[in-house]
Design a protein around this ligand. Structure first.
Ligand SMILES: NC(=O)c1ccc[n+]([C@@H]2O[C@H](COP(=O)([O-])OP(=O)(O)OC[C@H]3O[C@@H](n4cnc5c(N)ncnc54)[C@H](O)[C@@H]3O)[C@@H](O)[C@H]2O)c1
Length: 343
């Protein structure tokens, strides 16, 4: 294990064990503190990692650590992160980093002043199959990009802290920006709140990029998925993307751990545009469960702290820019219009 600052993990809910398992593979248990106001959560953390210290109020431990990992309900992200940054702590902040772009901008101002590393929990940037897809796109394996499609959907419980846009669409909207190297310039979103709880349980988001590439993300809890969810017990979900270009397509099913590259282009023959297939092959990229992916995210965070380099998944891209897209998607859903995304 490399030398690391002591870590304060704030929040030990459904995703808590994944982060704690990842931290314990990077940092000795004596260097980890878990904060959660729920006594049952603290007991679960102590049982999971013998020797870990726990506190009810994270503020009682922030003075004893160098970095804070925040995985609490979305609405609490900004106040906890702002206070941790102001205290000079490096911060890893689970997605969605903030509720909106104004909060993300505020964190950026604070982080610039405190000169600390702030990294978002944008999981798929660190997934080996997404990384392999990015490399293939970079090599031109699918030619000029045309259409990115993602499905992050299935029957699962609707989280209480926000809707499908902030919780789920956030993943693939970020991934598509990372794969294309572009920010979308406009968005059209359709959402529904079938449960009448004040936030969407179905969200369909179409993204238009300056180069002409189109992205589409389907998220929701009211339609079938295909696989037992690796993070949410009892849920049946799909997490799949297709990246299509002029020379072929990459397909990833993250839950099934499959990835394939199909080489195909359309050619005009006898007056019709027809697909000409040049083979389909599986792409060898390692399987990775949630702990392995989060471990990669956290190892990157520690490396950025040690070296002073800016994190992939930093506040500018994964906080402000991503929140601007999500803010515009909410406006689009409310107005029924295509909305240009502010910069
Ligand atoms: N990257 C991913 O794939 C992924 C997966 C799941 C969850 N998440 C994100 O992780 C975060 C947590 O998700 P979850 O499913 O564990 O949520 P959860 O609701 O199951 O648990 C949240 C925990 O935070 C605790 N908490 C609330 N306020 C607190 C505070 N002020 N100080 C300390 N603890 C506090 C609660 O007691 C609870 O134990 C969310 O932002 C969620 O979007 C990310």
């Amino acid at each position: 294990m490399r030398s690391s600052p002591a870590i304060l993990q704030v929040g030990y809910g459904a995703f808590g064990a994944v982060h704690l398992d990842a931290w314990s593979s990077l940092v000795p248990a004596a260097g980890i503190i878990v904060a959660d106001p729920d006594p049952a959560a603290r007991a679960a953390a102590e049982a999971r990692l013998p020797g870990v210290a726990t506190v009810a109020d994270w503020r009682d431990a922030v003075g004893r650590v160098g970095a804070v990992d925040i995985l609490t309900p979305t609405g609490t992200h900004h106040p906890i992160a702002a206070a941790a940054i102001d205290a000079g702590r490096h911060v890893f902040l689970e997605k969605p980093m903030t509720v909106d772009a104004a909060e993300a901008r505020d964190l950026q101002r604070r982080a610039d002043a405190a000169r600390v590393v702030v990294q978002g929990g944008l999981y798929f940037r660190f997934h080996p199959k997404a990384r392999a897809a990015r490399a293939l796109v970079g090599e031109g394996a699918v030619g000029r990009l045309r259409f990115l499609q993602g499905r992050f959907a299935g029957f699962k419980r609707a989280r209480g802290d926000s809707g499908a846009l902030l919780n789920d669409a956030v993943h693939f909207i970020d991934l598509f920006g990372w794969l294309t190297g572009e920010r979308p310039e406009s968005v059209h979103a359709v959402t529904r709140d079938h449960f009448g709880r004040g936030s969407e349980d179905l969200a369909l988001v179409t993204l238009l990029y300056p180069s002409g590439v189109v992205g589409h993300v389907e998220t929701g809890y009211v339609q079938p998925g295909r696989w037992p969810d690796s993070v949410v017990p009892g849920a049946i979900t799909s997490k799949e993307i297709q990246v299509s270009g002029s020379e072929g397509a990459i397909e990833i099913d993250f839950a099934a751990e499959t990835m394939a590259l199909t080489r195909v282009r359309h050619e005009l023959s006898d007056g019709l545009w027809r697909p000409v297939f040049a083979g389909s092959e599986p792409v060898a990229a390692p399987a990775a469960g949630p702990v392995a992916v989060v471990r990669a995210e956290l190892a990157h965070f520690l490396d950025c702290i040690a070296t002073g380099r800016a994190p992939d998944a930093g506040l500018a891209e994964c906080g402000i820019d991503l929140a601007l897209v999500l803010d515009a998607a909410r406006r689009s859903a409310a107005d029924g219009a295509v909305i240009r995304i502010a910069s």
